[in-house]
Design a protein around this ligand. Structure first.
Ligand SMILES: Nc1ncnc2c1ncn2[C@@H]1O[C@H](COP(=O)(O)OP(=O)(O)OP(=O)(O)O)[C@@H](O)[C@H]1O
Ligand SMILES: [Mg+2]
Length: 257
């Protein structure tokens, strides 16, 4: 199983969009996938048309030990999802005084059904939920929009990942940088890609996710890009990205179906 936290404290860079469509793409390639929504905004949950309601167990219930992970799983679009709710906004206040809060998520995963890929959609900050995801994952993917200031704040993110790796979770590695909303005709986009490659080397995925209206529209229909617009550039880019991700599994001797 590969456990991947999709992280960037910068907002609106394509974390949630990538989690949905990588999950859906890997599912189409024959892998089993569980998505965990760790953002109080619940965009991942809402993008898949799952309404957080009073009766449904959510990630907050799992973290507060009032539900087991398997009780909170919803099946949607051929994938499994643990939904979020606005309750997650209380996590910092509720758990920061709990000893070993860093491992609340990792501990909850003991109840996990066997899957090939587990993806965490993180909120746009480096608060408790993001740190918990870094303690539960072995890999980090960072989506970046190749615009002015794309690399701003990455030092802080790399520092956080490094600190978690050193103190709490030694196997953790940044294994993928995803360029999102790429516009080839924009000189600035091309220049920033060169800078990202200088900074990160070959962990920048070769596939760039182009700016594509269908990618932005799909969530409002509760669909992933493959169902909403299977012939779009967005579908093509995300399936190519998924092939690269699956190929990493071979390279790192990680499980393949
Ligand atoms: N390839 C794309 N083409 C066009 N629009 C895109 C693309 N990727 C993402 N978007 C749009 O950009 C916006 C931000 O994307 P998304 O919500 O995935 O980012 P995020 O990093 O999860 O944001 P947040 O930090 O708020 O959680 C959304 O409106 C989304 O539809
Ligand atoms: Mg998001």
């Amino acid at each position: 199983m590969r456990t991947i936290a999709v992280v960037n404290q910068k907002g609106g860079v394509g974390k949630t969009t990538s989690v949905v469509n990588i999950g859906a793409g890997l599912t189409r390639l024959g892998y089993s996938v569980l998505l965990i929504d760790l953002d109080p905004q619940s965009h991942l949950t809402l993008s898949l048309s799952v309404e957080p309601d009073e009766t449904r167990a959510t990630m907050f219930d799992v973290l507060s030990d009032s539900a087991k992970l398997h009780q909170a799983i919803v099946d949607v679009e051929g994938m499994h999802l643990v939904p979020a709710s606005l309750d997650l906004a209380q996590v910092d206040a509720v758990f920061s005084a709990t000893s070993n809060w860093e491992f609340l998520l990792a501990d909850a995963l003991v109840d996990l059904p066997p899957v090939d890929f587990l993806l965490f959609d993180c909120p746009p900050n480096l608060g408790l939920l993001t740190v918990m995801s870094l303690c539960a994952a072995r890999e980090v993917f960072i989506p970046l929009q190749p615009e002015f200031l794309a690399l701003h704040g990455l030092g802080k993110l790399a520092e956080t990942v490094g600190a978690v790796k050193q103190r709490l979770n030694p196997p953790l590695e940044i294994t993928g940088i995803i360029a999102t909303r790429y516009q080839k005709r924009k000189k600035l986009n091309r220049e920033v890609i060169v800078k990202i490659r200088e900074y990160f080397g070959d962990i920048l995925f070769t596939t760039k996710i182009r700016d594509n209206i269908a990618v932005a529209e799909a969530p409002s229909f509760g669909q992933d890009i493959f169902r909403y617009s299977p012939h779009s550039n967005g579908a093509l880019d995300y399936i190519n990205l998924c092939r690269e991700i699956a190929a990493q599994s071979g390279r790192n001797d990680m499980s393949a179906p």
